[in-house]
Design a protein around this ligand. Sequence first.
Ligand SMILES: O=c1ccn([C@@H]2O[C@H](COP(=O)(O)O)[C@@H](O)[C@H]2O)c(=O)[nH]1
Length: 279
Amino acid sequence: MTFNEKLKAAVQTADSTLCVGLDPNLDLMPNPITSSEQSDSQKVEQFLKKVIDVTEEHCAAYKPNLGFFEALGASGWDTFEAILNYIPDDKIIIADAKRGDISSTAEHYAKAFFKKFEVDAVTLNPLMGFETLEPFLDDVSKGIYVLTLTSNPGAKDILLKKLAGGQTISGFIAKELNRKQKDNKTSIGMVMGATKANKLEPVINKFPTSPLLIPGVGKQGGSIKALSKSLEQHSGTPLINSSRSIIYAGNNEINWHRQVAEAAKNYQLRLAPITQRYV
Ligand SMILES: O=c1ccn([C@@H]2O[C@H](COP(=O)(O)O)[C@@H](O)[C@H]2O)c(=O)[nH]1
């Protein structure tokens, strides 16, 4: 099955374009988890497994962010693997790793994420140039999401700068990725911040069939309504990510997971006007 086929099926089956971000932060987890006698890695594993149990019916994808697992030290890699194995097979798994390096190193990142951990997709940073993407591009069952217009304020420092001729660096990246997609098997997607909804159109128009990974709704304040408008003409399947506002929706009560489920369901409903264009 190609990545794009799996992506479409995942959205269709869940009737949702929601991607739940798995950013396990012990300082934000509910008391019933943090007050137990377990190790930090065990707490993270227990917490995320419950989050997956109660959100899976509302989302098409999960996006574990590597930073949070690496912060656990060596055992964090085992926890990462245990979580990957726990996610249902029909969900898209995106390792949010934001890697990008010279080809001999990039080959090993590709091996790690696609061959060892066997995730469906990985996020990549194109700052070192487009040849750094090459080792990821020969597998039709995999996807990459390239940072193109990020959700953070610092996107203006580089990505929104204009080149001679008036095009933004984001627009240039999108155009080059579109060109690259024509000669390569791996599905090439773009990371586009929901907080930049009013600046998305000229960028996604340069690659109108690209799958999109869209963080920035929820805690970062991106508007789903504005996002919906800017995606009106886009044919590539979007996944809209929310991390903290879903996984930490539960307060410290024993039934914290009910509020997590409710938050995920709420996002699924709010994203329905977008989702219905892709199912
Ligand atoms: O442009 C980007 C790229 C990646 N992210 C990541 O997405 C989540 C967002 O978390 P929230 O709690 O929903 O704000 C997080 O893992 C970021 O590292 C992003 O925010 N923006």
